[in-house]
Every structure is written in C-alpha cells, then in structure tokens.
Design a binder for this molecule. Sequence first.
Ligand SMILES: *Cc1c(COP(=O)(O)O)cnc(C)c1O
Length: 413
Amino acid sequence: MIINAASMESEVRYYSRLFPDIFAKGTGSYLYNKEGKAYLDFFCGSGSLNYGHSNPIMKNAVIEYLISDGIINSLDQMTEAKYAFMEEFFNVILRPRNFNYKMQFCGPTGTNSVEAAIKLSRKYTGREKIMFFEHSFHGMSYGSMSVSGMKRKALKPEYYLNTVQMPYAEHPDSIDSIRRHLAKCSTEDIPAAVILETIQAEGGMKTATREWIESVYQLAKQYEILVILDDIQTGCGRTGTFFSFENMDIKPDIICLSKSLSGYGFPLSVNLLNPDIDCWEPAEHNGTFRGNNLAFVAARKVLGYWKDEGLSLNIRISASLIEEYFRNHPLLRSLELRGRGVMRGVVMESEEINTRVQQLFFQRGLLADTCGYDNNVFKIMPPLTIERADLEKGLQIIGTSVKQLLTAEVSSI
Ligand SMILES: *Cc1c(COP(=O)(O)O)cnc(C)c1O
C-alpha cells in the first residue's frame, strides 16, 4: 500500500518516509496503524498536537458544534465561536499576564502569521530590512523562507535582498555582531524588525538564554526595531509556560502563534500585536481561511488547561524525568541534551547515526522527528499531557536504541 501511495504522491513527501506505516487512529499519546499496532508519539505533529490525540475535552465540544450546524468557515466575519475564543484567550492567557495585545487572524498556517508579521513591520516602520538568525526556521512560503537560516541554501540571493542574518545565541560573538551591524547602518538600513525563536526547534533545538534574548530585545528597542517573536512551535505550553518567554523581561511587538493553538490539530494561526503598531487598513491583509470555526471551538476549550497550574506542573515533572533519565544513563549522559520543558533535542555524532537511531525508535514503536542544520539531532516532543508510565516507556526505547547503535558501532571497529 505504501508502494502504491508512492506512485500517487509527489516526491516531496517526507514524514511518510520517516514513519513508513499507514496510520488510522490516534488516542492520547498513541497513534495506531490499521492493524492496531501502537506507536508512542514523541513527534506530536511537530508540536501541533501538544494535548495528545483525540483529546475528549475538545472532541466533544467539536462534535456538539457540528451537530448543531455551527458555521464552519466564516472568513473574518464575527461568529459566536470566534468571539467566545477571543474572550477566553484574553481572560485566561493575556489579562492574567498583563499582556496588552490585539489579535490578528492570519490564515490557517504558521507561515501565514510570519508573512503578516513581516508585512506589518515593513508598513509600520517604512523600512525594509528584516534581521533574522542563522539556522532559524519560520516557514516555507517565500517571505518566511527569506528569514529562515535553515532554508537559505535553497534560495537564490535575490529572494533575501531585504534581510540580514546574524549569528544565534550559542555564538559567543552574537550580541556584539548585532551591535556592530546596527552601529554602521544608515537610517534606511536599520531593520524594520528582528524575528527570533527562543529555541530553534528545526535548527537543532538550540536554546537561547534569557540574557541573550533580553540583550537582543534591548538592542532592538534602542534602534526602534520591532521584535517579532515566533512562538509557533515553542509556544502553547511546550516549554512549561503558555508562552516560551514568560520568565524574560521582554515585550515583543508581534507574537506569532499557530501549531498547537487549536489544541486538536486543526489549523489556526494568529499574531498578537502591540496595539500601537496595528496600522493595518481594513482588508489590507486578508485570506479566505481565517475563520476556521472548528478550530475556534477547540481552541477555546483547550484553554481550560491554562486556568490552573496542573498542566504546567505535569510539564515540569516530565521535563525533570527526561533530564534525570539522561543524567543517570551510562550512555545517554555523555550526549548533549538541548531544550527546555518537553521540547528536547539530543545531539548525535552525525546525520547517519541520527537517522539510524531514529529508525530503531520507529521499529520499537516510538515516533520521533529529526532536526538540525546537519540533521544530526533527534527531537523528544511528547504530549504535554503524557502520563508518567508512557514517558518512561519512551525514554527506555530511546536508551535501548542508542545503546544498541553505539555498542554496534564500537564492536564494528
Ligand atoms: C512550523 C513552524 C513554522 C511554520 O508553520 P507552518 O504551519 O508549517 O507554516 C514557523 N515557525 C516555526 C518556529 C515553526 O516551528
């Protein structure tokens, strides 16, 4: 069946190659193939299924909404479902944090929100340049690719004329490079915005420190550069708090959210805008699928998880279980474990070894993605709601597989 599918689907397909099975069902932390074989999911739709599969809290609300003939697509008309979602988002997420933002609905996917953020920054400042970081990833449409260090080798230089790349947090000279660059910019060369991730997920789970992010922010403010924080993968709880930068002293001008915003795998993206920069004219940036009401219904329901500390606590417990497992494991302890919360990357020696270990995970019933500019990092992204026994089971598969691979390496020398 996989072979037949390959004759129908473009060569661009990827995850069907990484996870070569036909999936039929998903419940909680598990996916199942047609025959009912279970796979533990540490991939989580690249962070778009943070609350697990078929989460009953959202599922029941969505079913009820469908049965009641609730409107499905509404562009940007106001609907009951959209209003209820916005109200809940302000009450549960924004107001308790004293965050003063307006919401822009951007079209269904993450890259739509990045495009909108770039466009608005250029309009607001009247300047063109966008600063971005080496090994960043912000999406696959042309504007987003032009600020994605991960994708630059795929683009001709003329596609990124109005951008400037800087070294990311791990580079000791990063802040000085930015400072030196800005000091020599002519007025029109000063960037309109800087776009950044707090953890470069696709770039290899490289994790910026609070100090680095605050320094970038302060430099940007000094030059009146807008700060676009791409929290598409790092947000919605992945790092332990709803936003990935909550313990930092920054106030981004635009926050991009998507992936797990609907909580159920429905496409939804928004930009949170500092109201002072909201200089859009009506309809200046539109799109047909900005009114995905099934997503609104689920997105409202999922916010119930953020009304108390329960989920944050579970994420912290899971995070320390992962750290402990690595610290106490005779082989894993020597590997570099990156990331925060339940957003982790493990650095392998080469792409080849990484690919082989990922295949061993799959054979043992564990789904995990790979990342990094050199594709030598594997990702650990379990659901935020995962139960302890399942997390431990996944960690054991990781331990056993790495051991099998590394001992085979040694004995083959
Ligand atoms: C996934 C992702 C995007 C792009 O989102 P799409 O829905 O795939 O367009 C942008 N930025 C980051 C950090 C992402 O992880």
